[in-house]
Write a protein that binds this ligand. Sequence first.
Ligand SMILES: Nc1ncnc2c1ncn2[C@@H]1O[C@H](COP(=O)(O)OP(=O)(O)OP(=O)(O)O)[C@@H](O)[C@H]1O
Ligand SMILES: [Mg+2]
Length: 364
Amino acid sequence: MARVKIDALRKSYGSAQVIHDIDLDVRDKEFVALVGPSGCGKSTTLRMLAGLEDITGGTISIDDQVINDLDPADRGIAMVFQSYALYPHMSVAKNMSFALRVAGKPKAEIDARVKEAARILHLEEYLDRRPADLSGGQRQRVAMGRAIVRRPDVFLFDEPLSNLDAKLRTQMRTEIKRIHQEVGATTVYVTHDQVEAMTLADRIVIMRGGHIEQAGAPDEVYNHPESEFVASFIGSPPMNLTPAEVADGGLVLEDGTKLPVNLARFEGLSAGDKVTFGLRPDDIVLSGHGMDVNEPWNSKGTVNLSEPLGGETLVFFPFAGSEWIAKMLKPRALKVGEAIDLQFDLSRCHLFDRASGKRINNTK
Ligand SMILES: Nc1ncnc2c1ncn2[C@@H]1O[C@H](COP(=O)(O)OP(=O)(O)OP(=O)(O)O)[C@@H](O)[C@H]1O
Ligand SMILES: [Mg+2]
């Protein structure tokens, strides 16, 4: 069992506060991803969990035991970093067993644990090699092996895949998910790659400026972003967003475009309210090249740019003073400047209060 609980956690460097009273409760065996832009406090939070950084205020507990003052080695936590310094003169097996040998564990036990970790990580045939003779992905697996042999209750990862090329990163992402399913340890995983977070995590925690902006399951943060920030951060390509004003019978955009959004579905709006209107690229389709649309609003556009991705094509088109993105399922080739018919599914739109950036809740 390892439930990790953070209460009112705070961190200041001198007079600069970088973590502002965050609360987070990670269930036993849960995989939580911390995401957010550079400098938002992801690594600092993780390092406080690991005990590598003093905490300024608040508590961290594991299974109801406060661990604020516990030595890093006594926390039952193992951390895997982005730069995994392996010992170059040691074999893979020796690298993996290093911590256990320092701790004076019996040889038979060390051998068994290394063998087990090598099996999980598909490293059995490389145990006698030096790190220099491995690929980047294999080295990263050795770094994970060093953590796994310690049999920690909690794994912490700080951007473990960002040094790898795109293809390897996707492969290792799948590996990490598989390893988590097999090992089952509570995991907190830091990344600024929201796709990595979406695919790996049971729950995503979006941080911004030392605060938690939203925490929820991947589909929850995708479908119900609590703020404009989360809406723009989660999802690739990002949500289309534009300023709008509430009027009779719908919204008016800044260029005068009227959108017949059914505003009765949203709470507490009145004429003249300034909002941000958001619609994901998935919810704007080229007529005849998409799914059924619930509340279609038809518009004409021209192609600025298209990005064929194989199964679908992203279509960039000018709309309401900026460039928007639509998705073309069942794609055909498009020409720059070509006229297209678009269908916006207004039933899927998101509205945010323009001043606070907070979501305006819809009732259904
Ligand atoms: N030792 C330090 N002294 C002063 N400020 C620090 C120190 N370490 C980190 N910070 C500041 O704390 C804030 C959070 O840093 P942190 O490393 O946690 O960000 P991050 O979310 O991990 O970013 P990245 O995605 O770039 O790794 C930043 O503004 C950073 O400049
Ligand atoms: Mg960091």
